[in-house]
Ligand binder design. Sequence first.
Ligand SMILES: Cc1cc2nc3c(=O)[nH]c(=O)nc-3n(C[C@H](O)[C@H](O)[C@H](O)COP(=O)(O)OP(=O)(O)OC[C@H]3O[C@@H](n4cnc5c(N)ncnc54)[C@H](O)[C@@H]3O)c2cc1C
Length: 544
Amino acid sequence: MFPTLEPAEIERVRQFGVVRSYGVSEALERVGEVGPGLTIILAGKVDVTQHDTSGRREPIVTYGPGAFIGELAQLAGRPALVDAYALEPVEALIISPDRLRALLIAEAELGEQIMRAMILRRVGLLETGSGGPVIVGRAQNGDVLRLEGFLRRNGHPHQRLNPETDQEANALIERFHIDPGQLPIVLCPSGQLLRNPSEIELARCIGLVGPIDPNRVYDVAVVGAGPAGLATAVYAASEGLSVLVLDCRAFGGQAGASARIENYLGFPTGITGMALMARAYNQAQKFGVEMAIPDEVIGLQALSQSDKDQFVLKLSNNERVSARSVVIASGARYRRLEVENLDTFEASSVHYWASPLEGKLCSGQEVALVGGGNSAGQAAVYLASQVRKVWLLVRGPSLAAKMSRYLVDRISGLSNVEVLTQTNITGLEGTGGVLEAVRWRGAAGEETRHPLRHLFLFIGADPNTDWLEGSGVALDSKGFVLTGAGTDGASRPLETSVRGVFAIGDVRSGSTKRVAAAVGEGAQVVAALHAFLAEAEKPAAVSA
Ligand SMILES: Cc1cc2nc3c(=O)[nH]c(=O)nc-3n(C[C@H](O)[C@H](O)[C@H](O)COP(=O)(O)OP(=O)(O)OC[C@H]3O[C@@H](n4cnc5c(N)ncnc54)[C@H](O)[C@@H]3O)c2cc1C
């Protein structure tokens, strides 16, 4: 986590940075502020610290010559998560984020050392929650869950204080004159206080997302940062294209919600979806991909400017993105259960994925899980390790109909999972948004009532294609995007009915709904992008 560069290595990387001097006690970077970049200490000593909610500074490490200050925030040019102050006069080599990316690519071995240290440092900060926002609210509160889920899915550290048990929480509530009904509140590292913010408000406050340059025209704009979108980003950027990836929620898509992916090539012991997707996300940033997360795309329009095709994406915050080509990788969204009062319980008791956060919330309790596919099977296996009992409710006649054999076998070996086939949920009961009981009807037609606090739904997904309305992109009868031979206009594989607009992954009609298939299409589309962009560059033929 804290390597020291040899003098010869420092000499090699000097060309990427500029030398700066700092006086005693001067800040090299401050929490909540965008720092200058990766900082290699040439002379002197620097104290790196984190501070708690009452402003007390706690030391993390003291750096001397050869050490470097930086973690993933410095790669992306985002606000720092730690403070760094000169203990004595310091001379340092400052490498800005874009030069850092150039260094990582040009100096493979050294780059690996630096990248690994940056990732490990972020993991350390995630474990302690240092440098991130502080959420004040009860763990079971639906909005606290929403905000924590958002930060966790975006790999951003945070802390949570319980107003009933943490003195620091009460100090904050008094300091900002907060009424208990206004909880949760979020204190951002910049000192700004948010009252029950939306995810976008929180993201802006902590610098996760910033304004998009309205004058920039990207080679490729990718809508969706799931496995398909991130694969396109990595391959396109590593081959020299300028890429912007937009996602309305977090990187990783559905795959990021998977408790354990066991069928992705090269991971014989399985890997959590979040770990796999975080690697892809960091890899994309290393190649200079720009990320706009969370930013929602609500429209696509094709323009024709000075004989060159150009596309404009409209965002929900009224911003606009211009690009010479577009890749639709917006995947699918979870299907909801058709039960009258479902939305009443969605904030705190109904869950669409089973991560450690939900596992902790349901620890030691009985839960119900609806679904018969692989994602339901994975969730059942994971939850069984966290909760007292899982009721697995399947509409069909058996688990084997839709679930992979390995999951069916594993579930049959779990004593605390009870599978009920040909069973449907008939009603939900509870008060104040908290579920108290679930009713279901089994094969024999009888209705039973079970006292339960948590319900998990894994009943499939519908394509995220509403935003394509009016764009001219042709969809199939279920709303998935048609490509290649399936459309009138497309001349290349994975191209949609609009020239220069491509579709990949789960959103594409006829695609295989798997991580590996999405990644494969993400890589494959880059060849089609090159061909399209090269053709668009050619001067228009002069008509006779
Ligand atoms: C719980 C679970 C477990 C799974 N486990 C496995 C497994 O073990 N193995 C396997 O092979 N497959 C698994 N799958 C399936 C796999 O995750 C999907 O096939 C894969 O994620 C599809 O990738 P994608 O990039 O096409 O789309 P998605 O993963 O759906 O990503 C699409 C992204 O687009 C974003 N988006 C949508 N609309 C917009 C918009 N308008 N503006 C901006 N952004 C937008 C979404 O927020 C999302 O992040 C699992 C799925 C789930 C839900």
